[in-house]
Design a protein around this ligand. Structure first.
Ligand code: AMP
Length: 259
């Protein structure tokens, strides 16, 4: 059994995970669950888009796919303040963890619960959420989970913007500017190809490009090791340039392998 955990509001990025799972497994199960424990008190748990009917419609053409869309009290039968949790320290405090304390603890907690309920052989995650993938892979290793954690490439719009359930919150002007994120990350790849190895030189050019071409507020734009997520002194081909920032009140993330 292959398992694709999602929070719904499905798009082609999610469906690419379903496609991959269908190729590699007899049965595929997609979960749709907006997980309350991964949202901070000021974050948009209530505002997060929910569209179960159209999600089910999108999954209809996929034969041998099951959908699991539980209510909150099935996953968390006890009050959330009394719930048993899982934490992958260090990795969870870097990058997005700096501004979203507790976010990845909530992610690990719900994913382990889902794993134990569903008992899949393989689980499919998008590289779009690269830190999340890295943390969940570490959790599976550390807890000896008998599950393959599979990473799938980022699916993008024609102009390069990574598909995301949050893109629907962007105004037309902000949507136009959002394409600059991919262009700035691609610039890092170009600089690497032309011989630059100093991360601060590369990221300074990317930041300058973004500030000159958009009103994006950068949370972080940095180059990290793809396993430890630590910042680099010298850039290698396998490193990742990772970005998070705001366009208006919408938080967007993206990343690319540098080489
Ligand atoms: P979410 O519903 O946002 O929690 O995402 C569910 C899964 O879909 C996660 O593993 C994401 O990384 C993955 N995903 C979301 N957007 C994309 C995308 N544009 N390309 C590939 N995978 C994606």
């Amino acid at each position: 059994m292959g398992f694709v955990p999602t929070m719904g509001a499905l798009h082609q990025g999610h469906l690419s995970l379903v496609d991959r799972s269908l190729k590699e497994n007899e049965i595929t199960l997609v979960s749709i669950f907006v997980n309350p424990t991964q949202f901070g008190p000021s974050e948009e748990f209530k505002k997060y888009p929910r569209s179960l009917d159209s999600d089910l419609e999108m999954l209809k053409p996929y034969a041998s796919t099951m959908v699991f869309a539980p209510p909150v009290n099935q996953i968390y039968p006890r009050p959330l303040t009394e719930t048993t949790g899982v934490c992958v320290p260090k990795l969870s405090n870097l990058l997005c963890g700096r501004t979203r304390p507790g976010h990845f603890d909530g992610v690990c907690t719900v994913v382990l619960r889902l794993f134990n309920m569903i008992r899949p052989d393989r689980v499919y995650f998008g590289e779009k959420d690269f830190q999340q993938f890295t943390i969940l892979k570490r959790m599976a290793e550390d807890l000896f989970l008998p599950i393959d954690i599979v990473a799938c490439p980022i699916v993008r719009e024609l102009d390069g913007l990574a598909m995301s359930s949050r893109n629907r919150f962007l105004s037309p002007e902000n949507r136009r500017q959002a394409a600059m994120i991919y262009r700035s990350l691609s610039l890092a790849q170009k600089l690497y190809r032309s011989g630059d190895r100093d991360p601060s030189v590369i990221t300074s050019s990317c930041k300058l490009f973004l500030t000159e071409n958009s009103s994006i507020k950068i949370d972080y734009l940095t180059i990290v090791d793809s396993v430890t997520l630590e910042e680099k002194i010298n850039v290698d081909a396998s490193d990742r340039i990772v970005f998070a920032g705001f366009l208006g009140s919408t938080r967007l993330i993206d990343n690319l392998q540098i080489g």
